[in-house]
Ligand binder design. Structure first.
Ligand code: ATP
Length: 233
């Protein structure tokens, strides 16, 4: 569904991604792991059209997205759940959710999708009238994820959802991601929590210094080798 071919991208004169190629297949969960500063977030920005490509291509279902702006990605059915949740703190939980279905094409479906969101995330139903700023970190992450799903995206991209969350909340979150995958959703997950990511991923890419250091089906990954590559600088 999503293919990156020899992508280079960075910030002004500083190049971060060096000829990154990867594929995220339909109906699968593709995990992108790697240490701090490896370029994972930069990679997502390049996919979403938030950074110009220095070289290479981002292809979605055969369509090259040369310089497509971020809003066009939404039209094409790509939703991103950014690192750090980014919920609108002064708006209610429900208002935040409704924002996830902002395109005119989605408006008629808002009610059913809210119901789906509340069925998947019952805590959000209980708190739907509360300001999003009053949620716990875990609830805010659930809200960010639920908002991403409000557009019924063909491709859901999730950046570091477990960051700063307690282990029990992380369990809950990964159960939900596994459930979304089981329901057929295509997911690209960026995570620093390697073992959790491996447990639910179909395919894993390890990023190291702006390059793909390893690309392998998750079930074939040798943890000792992954560990060595992860910490190689
Ligand atoms: P983390 O897990 O810490 O978010 P990451 O793998 O997502 O790490 P990136 O955030 O993509 O890594 O950063 C990759 C490199 O790009 C780092 O060296 C970082 O300093 C640099 N970088 C990130 N954002 C910018 C920016 N806005 N301007 C210049 N350099 C940046």
């Amino acid at each position: 569904m999503l293919e990156l071919k020899d992508v280079r991208a960075g910030y002004g004169a500083i190049n971060v991604l060096w000829d990154v190629s990867l594929t995220a297949a339909a109906g699968q969960l593709t995990a992108i792991i790697g240490p701090n500063g490896a370029g994972k977030t930069t990679l997502l920005r390049a996919i979403m059209g938030l950074l110009p490509l220095g070289a290479g291509q981002v292809v979605l279902d055969g369509l090259a997205l040369h310089g497509a702006p971020a809003w066009r990605m939404a039209e094409l059915g790509v939703a991103m759940v950014p690192e750090g949740r980014m919920v609108f703190r002064d708006m209610s939980v429900e208002e935040n959710l409704v924002l996830g279905a902002f395109l005119p094409a989605h408006r008629p479906h808002v009610k059913t999708r809210l119901e789906q969101a509340y069925a998947t995330f019952p805590r959000l139903r209980e708190r739907r009238k509360q300001a999003a700023g009053a949620l716990s970190g875990g609830e805010a992450q659930m809200l960010a994820l639920a908002r991403g799903l409000m557009s019924e995206p063909r491709l859901l991209i999730v950046d570091e959802p477990s960051l700063g969350l307690a282990p029990l909340v992380v369990n809950e979150l990964f159960d939900i991601l596994a459930g979304l995958k089981a329901a057929g959703r295509t997911i690209v997950l960026v995570e620093q929590n390697t073992e959790r990511a491996l447990a639910i991923a179909d395919h894993v890419y390890l990023m190291q210094s702006g390059k793909v250091a390893l690309s392998q089906p998750a079930r074939e990954v040798d943890l000792a080798r992954l560990h060595d590559l992860y910490f190689a600088r």
